[in-house]
Design a protein around this ligand. Structure first.
Ligand SMILES: Cc1ncc(COP(=O)(O)O)c(C=O)c1O
Length: 426
């Protein structure tokens, strides 16, 4: 149990002790507000690494200098640009390099992976997901089911929290998997739920899914760069994540894909193919008949979007320097401190407002996000916070999501969040 104090001096002590404190200097904080911006939206769009401009400018200069020859003559030749990202991204998600590729965008990657890994057959046709999955995932899952000529109502099983609860119990996920048994084709869940911030037990879900004979995949949009993932060891079949949330890699930036090694060398796996997934040694023979690359690279469709990847590389270099272990340690301490601050303000104002933290209080069941259900003042409170320079995130009907990002948020930011929350309540 941490013995925190909700004071500026205590927050400053925590900052002084923070081994990652200098990383804040590597990012650009928004300046659009007349007040100091307190940025808590790394779960939506991470801040710009200062180095992103340099990395992108290098490629713009190479384009100016070499034109098409930049594919081979640029400092980081464009034809293989994505390879600069692979090892670094693999470390972040706990994968072997052959299991990871950075390419396309998130929903595209989820579709490409489901085309290969959702193969309904006989009675095994159902997909299990969490209720209130991110809308893009819902649409992707529905359309995958329809793509196979199946009925969505019968085949999309959405698991909800129990009556009166906000979170889905891990045991309920495991029980549902067992219950669906040989009707279950695919488990596809958001590793961290975007709304509640709940972290699912991906290892247990994977084991249970496999025991039932199903494939298990995760949308890691809210987990990559946030949670200490071990996708390879957990045996996850596939996963995808975006680069723009905790991974700070530009709006709409490139996404990552994971395909477990056990599926890496199966050219017979059905897939939607494109030339960049073709064996790279013979790609330019331009012959008919698709011959996929080994591993996740075999799911690439198109040549590398170098400018977006340059932004991603700038951020992945920061992750490599900081290391996921230190990031995870700071995430837990800072989220716990923010939780303490929110509880303190909530307690002091209990006659006026009622906050319910819907994110798990157990830090092994969450990442760097706290979702506050603000009963009563709701949106007015959020707007008042925004007027004070707090950039957080509002989700209907009454949830404020606050994400302290370990790479650039400080304990002092968390303290000020509390002070501004107090002011907003008044
Ligand atoms: C959980 C989750 N899945 C999917 C998406 C869609 O991502 P994209 O627009 O990059 O395809 C998002 C975007 O925020 C998300 O949070």
């Amino acid at each position: 149990m941490n013995q925190f104090e909700n004071t500026l001096s205590f927050a400053q002590l925590l900052d002084a002790d923070d081994p990652l404190r200098s990383f804040r200097e590597k990012f650009l904080f928004p300046t659009f507000h007349q007040k100091t911006v307190r940025y808590f939206t790394g779960n939506s769009l991470g801040l710009q690494p200062k180095a992103a401009r340099t990395y992108i400018e290098e490629e713009l200069d190479a384009w100016a200098k070499y034109g098409v020859e930049g594919h081979f003559m640029a400092k980081r030749p464009w034809f293989a640009y994505h390879e600069n990202l692979t090892d670094k991204a693999a470390k972040i998600v706990g994968a072997m390099p052959v299991e990871v590729v950075v390419t396309h965008s998130l929903t595209t990657n989820l579709h490409l992976l489901m085309v290969s890994f959702y193969r309904p057959e006989g009675a095994r046709t159902k997909i299990l997901c969490e209720a209130k999955a991110f809308p893009s995932d819902q649409y992707a899952l529905e359309s995958q089911i329809k793509f196979h000529g199946l009925n969505v109502k019968e085949n999309l099983v959405e698991l909800s929290p129990r009556e009166g609860e906000q979170l889905i119990r891990d045991e309920d996920v495991l029980d549902k998997i067992e219950e669906l048994g040989d009707e279950l084709a695919l488990v596809m869940i958001g590793g961290v739920n975007y709304y509640t911030g709940q972290l699912f037990d991906m290892e247990a879900i994977t084991n249970a899914g496999h025991k039932a004979g199903a494939i298990v995949g995760f949308d890691l949009a809210h987990a990559a760069g946030n949670i200490n993932l071990k996708l390879h060891d957990w045996g996850v079949d596939f996963a995808a994540w975006c680069g723009y949330k905790y991974l700070n890699s530009s709006p709409g930036g490139v996404s990552g894909m994971f395909v477990h090694e056990r599926h890496a060398y199966k050219p017979e796996l059905p897939r939607f193919a494109g030339w960049w997934g073709y064996d790279k040694d013979t790609r330019f023979l331009m012959e008919p008949g698709f011959n996929p690359m080994k591993g996740a690279e075999g799911w690439q469709l198109s040549n590398a979007p170098v400018l977006g990847m340059a932004a991603h590389l700038a951020s992945l270099d920061i992750f490599e320097e900081a290391g996921m272990d230190r990031i995870g340690a700071k995430r837990d301490l800072m989220t716990a401190f923010l939780e303490f601050v929110i509880d303190d303000i909530s307690e002091k104002n209990k006659d006026r407002v009622s906050f319910e933290l819907i994110t798990p209080r157990d830090q092994t069941k969450r990442g760097a996000q706290l979702s506050i259900m603000a009963k009563g003042q709701g949106k007015a409170l959020f707007d008042a916070l925004a007027n004070e320079g707090v950039v957080a995130d509002w989700r209907e009907p009454n949830v404020i999501r606050v994400a302290p990002a370990p790479l650039y948020n400080s304990f002092e930011d968390c303290f000020w969040f509390g002070q501004l929350l107090q002011k907003a309540i008044q």
